[in-house]
Ligand binder design. Sequence first.
Ligand SMILES: Nc1nc2c(ncn2[C@@H]2O[C@H](COP(=O)(O)OP(=O)(O)OP(=O)(O)O)[C@@H](O)[C@H]2O)c(=O)[nH]1
Ligand SMILES: [Mg+2]
Length: 477
Amino acid sequence: MVAQFDMKASSGLAERATPLLEIAVVGHTNTGKTSLIRTLLRSTSFGKVEDAAGTTRHVERATIFAGSEAILNLHDTPGIEDVYALQDELQAIASKHKRLTSNELLEKFVAITALNDPLEQEAKVIRQVLRSDVLLYVIDVREPVLEKYLIEIEILGKAIKPIIPIFNFTAAHRAELDLWRKKLAAFNIYASLELDTVAFAFEAEKRLYQKIQSLLEVHYARLQRLIDHRARVWNQLCISAARRIAGLIIATACYREPTGDERDSVDTSAAAIRLQDFVRQAEQNCLTDLLKMFNFTDKDIELQKIPVQNGYWQLDLFAPGVLKAYGLDIGSAALKGAAAGAGIDLMTGGLSLGTASILGAIVGTGWSTFRRYGKEIQAKFQGTHWLCVDDNTLQLLYLRQHQLLDKLMNRGHAARHTDQIEQQPGRGDLPEGWREIIDILRQNPAWGRLSELHGHDARYDTIEKKLINALLKGSTP
Ligand SMILES: Nc1nc2c(ncn2[C@@H]2O[C@H](COP(=O)(O)OP(=O)(O)OP(=O)(O)O)[C@@H](O)[C@H]2O)c(=O)[nH]1
Ligand SMILES: [Mg+2]
C-alpha cells in the first residue's frame, strides 16, 4: 500500500519535473499562425493579426492552462518570407562544414546569423524550431503547392521534430487540400489537421492534442488533462447556451399581453405591437448573450454565415417573408396571416383560439384585416382577452435559435459545408411534443415572469430538459 502510494507520488513528481511541452507554430507568412494561437488560447488579445505579410516580427510565447495547471507553451513565430535566400545560406554553410548533421546545420545557421542580417527573421523561426518539441506547420490551402513551400518543409524537416500540418482556409478549397495532402505525403507527413483557425471546433482541437499525444508519449497525461478540461468547459458552455434558448422559448410562449378594452380594436393593435416588441427584444437579448458566451467576433459571424449584422438579426422576426426564409410552410391560410406580420394569437379565458381559428379562418389575409374585423371577432367571445405569441412565431423563434446554436457550436465546419448549413431547417426539427409543450406554457404565464414561481413544478423542468435535449441532439455534449 505504502509502496504503491510512493510510486504514484514519485511518478507525479517526475511528471511535474518534465518541462512543459513546447510547440512552435510555423509556416509561410500570412497563413494564420497568430490566429491559430488565439483560438487555442481562447483569447483575441494575443499578438497582432492582419491581412498582410510580416505581421508577427518576433517569437512570442503563450501558455495554455487546464484550470490552474500549465500544460504547454505555444510559440508564435514570424512567417518565413525569403525561403530561397535561406536555402542558399544553408547550402553555403553545408559546403563549408561538410560533417554537420541536418540539425547541426540549423544550429550553425542560427549561431552565425547576426541581428539586422536580412535572414534575421528566418533565424528567429529556426531558433524556436530547434527549441521546440513539435511543430505546427500552418498552410494556406488556397495557395498552390509552390516549390517555395516544399523547400520550407524540407528545411523545417532538418530539425528532426514531428511536424503536424494545419490546413487553413479550407472552406471551398477541397481540390487544393487534396493536392497539399499528396505533396506532404512525399515528405512522410501524414497526420494533418484541417481547420479554419478563425472558426474552430472543439473536436478539431481535441484531435490536434490527441495527435501530439501519440507523437510525444511523455506529455500524454498532461495533454489528457487538458483535453478533459476543455471537454468539460465545452459541454457546460453548450448546455448553458441551450438552456438560454429554452428560457427564451419558455418566456415567449408564456407571455400574455392584455388587450385592455377588448372592444377597442385600436387598443388591441397597440397591444399587438407591444407583444411583438417584447418578442423582438427577448430574441435580441438571447442573441447578444449567445454571441458573448461563445466569444464570437464579427469575423466569426461572417465566416459562419450567420444572418446577423452589428449584433442584430438581419431579418426581423415579424417581417413579411421571414417564415419562408426559415423553411416554414406558408401554404395554409393561418400561416399567411402570420407571414403578413402578425404573429399573434387572441386568447380568451385561458382557452387558446389558435392561429388556425383566428388568424387563419377568420382573418386569413393578415393583420390589417384582423384590425378591420377585430371588434366582430372579439364580440364573439366573453371574458378576459389577451394576446399571445402565435405558434408559427414560436416555431420560427425556436428554429432560428437552433440554427444559430448549431453554427456557434460548429465553428469552422459551417464554412466548409456551405450547402448543408444553408439548407433551411424544416418543421421536422421541432422538439418532440412541441404542441403539448406550448399548450402547457401558455397555461402557465407565471413561469415566464418569475423564476421562483416554477421552482417546484416538475413540468417546467421537464419542458426545459426536453428543449435542451432537442437543441443539443446529435452534437457534442
Ligand atoms: N477567413 C479566414 N481568415 C483567416 C483564417 N485564419 C486567419 N485568417 C486571416 O488571415 C490573415 C492573416 O492571419 P494571421 O494570423 O495574422 O497570419 P500569420 O500567419 O500570423 O501572419 P504573419 O504573422 O504575418 O506571418 C488575417 O487577416 C486573419 O484574419 C481563417 O481560418 N479563415
Ligand atoms: Mg502572425
